[in-house]
Ligand binder design. Sequence first.
Ligand code: NAP
Length: 288
Amino acid sequence: MTQKVAFIGLGVMGYPMAGHLHQQGYDVCVFNRTTSKAQQWCEQYAGRMAVTPAEAALNADIVFVCVGNDDDVRDVVLGEQGALQAMSAESILVDHSTVSADVARELYAICKKQQIGFLDAPVSGGQAGAENGQLTVMVGGDSADFVRAEPVINSFARCCKLLGGSGSGQLAKMMNQICIAGVVQGLAEALHFGQSAGMDCAAVIEVISQGAAQSWQMQNRYQTMLNGEYEHGFAVDWMRKDLNIALQEARNNGSSLPLTALVDQFYAEVQKLGGNRWDTSSLLTRFK
Ligand code: NAP
């Protein structure tokens, strides 16, 4: 029998992720707060839509969520019309939003009482990864739930791994964002330095990207940074949300994140320049 799934949150990421589920043959029912996006999705995929998260979740074997922050996840899961109002025992809730490990553990505990599985499963790979079905998915939760959900998640993932108990997916995503913050700032400083020294930065990057300095950011962002183009990619507002989740977690676990804290302040400066929706590579604009 076709597995029934629900997808809540048809944003930049969720819209194509739900599309991949449909294309893999799952019976998908979508919910989006702004109804027009759900209507557009249904027209594109000849799919079904619901007017509340609960209605979408009714009879679903797996309910996927991809919304914004902690409060947004609580709204669509725990709210009066939230998914948990309708989910049945033995179903699984998979949260792809990037949120705190605390909210993941909170939802895991609430779901457990209702015999519902909960996996925190934030993603990496951006809009392109979601559209191409090539996301990396970092998962926390129980292995029995993971084993059931993984083949379905693989509809839009090239790598999906269980990394530990509840909250571990979010902790892994924090490590991912901590890495990116330092790498992007390093790239911005190198380009700023090269421009100040009168170097042909594009030529230099072509050479050094073949060596130990290479990174995804270097390969995919140096050209747009040199062109001053930032109306694409992963928004500064989202990055600050993610870095603040990591900084808060570091306060809880006693780790020290000096570089992350500094780069977060640099992003605050980019926001003051009007860059809330610019790509994270816009750190270079601070030097102008
Ligand atoms: P987005 O384009 O802004 O979409 C957010 C979605 O969440 C929209 O469908 C929005 O509904 C819905 N939403 C937000 N708050 C809600 C609430 N309180 N109740 C109901 N629906 C709500 O965001 P996105 O880029 O898809 O990102 C989604 C999540 O993935 C975030 O946690 C983000 O950090 C993470 N992420 C994003 C990227 C990326 O490159 N964009 C990469 C990795 C991870 P409306 O349409 O009504 O606004």
